[in-house]
Design a protein. Structure first.
Length: 405
């Protein structure tokens, strides 16, 4: 990401069930067991064809009694998201840890990404600061923030934008836009008195494609990204935070129908995390991902962006933006060796426009991401839940799934 615009701070008191402050008492002390819900991955894919990104949400909320949670999933996909038989499948990879040595504070920050014409030096980017209450975290020795989900919206305006009622090229922002990638990055938490600040940076690159009205709206369009965060603290001897990164390319030289875009190899996805030897357990999470699609200076330099010269109506309208069939950011095969303090994980970041009907161009994708390992010395750690929560939803419908544990 470049130099994002608009740094804002928002205090979010969203801590029910995870040991947050109540009437001056943080409700938690070292040695008490907590249930910590950690997202380790998310994925969505359309059943039939790729679509625009419009209203997209994949989020999880633990209930106040910490005995269950709710997954919320939605993907509208523009005007053609409602074709018969079309729906989205969602995966949310979740680990619920039962431990005496971790405490978590959840919160969310929504950032408005301004129109590209207002921010040409770093278009489609924004940054902010999430402020969370820190009472439950006063005694922790290690602190980090991990991604818990997100919600993307393209029609959150207080009043309709000018392009929606343009007599020549009206465009409904609720239909969304073809993409050139998106990203979320969480910075290192910083204590500020009774609060903890988490830097949040986002990018939602809108990409010109085969629709004249959409292309005309893109430079003037704002979008919104809500980032769901879990502030995670570990206490006791050996508590520590270690981060690691990876990056790789996914390229499709040709396109047409049913193009196969391979995921990164295991070697490319692998993140090695070298912690200190000794602590009995470790927790893992995702702190950042960036998907750059068909953007100059990004991706394999040998991959040449190709697009259909005309659109579905035979008009000479095209561009590097793509409809999306599948999007994934998943952390898998997490291992930890207490004796050496070494951890490993595979970070799979993926986007494809593969279609059984017609693809408007190829993909030259660069994927970069960061994961974190939190060490803590609790040999009694157990999993209340460890698996993938699955959901399906038709366009325009919100699906919820209850997860007991």
């Amino acid at each position: 990401m470049g130099a994002p615009l608009r740094t804002i701070a928002v205090l979010v008191l969203a801590c029910a069930g995870l040991g947050c402050a109540d009437d001056g008492d943080d409700g938690w002390s070292p040695g008490e067991r907590q249930r910590i819900p950690l997202m380790t991955g998310l994925q969505l894919d359309w059943e039939l064809v790729p679509h625009r990104l419009s209203l997209l949400e994949l989020a999880y909320r633990q209930h106040a009694d910490a005995s269950r949670g709710t997954l919320t999933a939605r993907n509208d996909g523009g005007s053609f998201g409602v074709i018969p038989g079309e729906f989205t499948s969602f995966d949310y990879d979740l680990q619920v840890l039962d431990t005496t040595h971790l405490v978590a504070v959840p919160g969310s920050l929504e950032l408005e990404i301004p129109p590209a014409v207002e921010h040409p030096e770093a278009p489609f980017e924004a940054a902010g600061e999430l402020l969370l209450p820190g009472a439950a975290l006063e005694r922790v020795q290690a602190l980090t923030a991990v991604l818990a989900g997100f919600r993307l919206g393209t029609d959150e305006y207080d009043a309709p934008p000018a392009f929606e009622t343009d007599p020549d090229l009206p465009y409904d922002p609720a239909f969304g836009y073809t993409t050139q990638g998106l990203g979320i990055r969480l910075g290192a938490p910083e204590r500020r008195g009774a609060q903890v600040a988490v830097p949040v940076a986002v990018r939602n690159s809108l990409g010109l494609a085969d629709r004249g009205d959409m292309n005309a709206a893109i430079p003037e369009a704002a979008t919104w990204l809500r980032v769901d965060v879990l502030l995670l603290g570990a206490f006791g001897a050996g508590a520590a935070v270690t981060t690691g990164t990876t990056g790789y390319f996914i390229s499709g030289a040709t396109y047409g129908q049913n193009s196969v875009h391979q995921h990164g190899t295991e070697a490319e996805q692998r993140i090695e995390l070298s912690g200190a030897p000794g602590p009995a357990a470790a927790a893992f999470g995702i702190t950042a991902f960036d998907l750059w699609l068909n953007q100059e200076g990004r991706g394999d330099p040998t991959c040449v962006v190709q697009s259909d010269p005309t659109n579905y109506e035979g008009e000479p309208i095209s561009g590097p933006g793509r409809y999306v069939r599948e999007l994934a950011v998943r952390l898998g095969e997490m291992t930890y060796e207490p004796a050496s303090g070494r951890g490993e994980a595979l970070l799979d970041m993926y986007l494809t426009n593969s279609s059984p009907f017609k693809e408007v161009g190829n993909i030259c994708l660069e994927a970069r991401g960061e994961a974190v390992m939190v060490q803590y010395d609790d040999p009694s750690t157990a999993w209340r839940y460890r698996g993938t929560v699955e959901a399906e939803a038709e366009s325009g419908q919100t699906e919820t799934q209850e997860v007991p544990y």
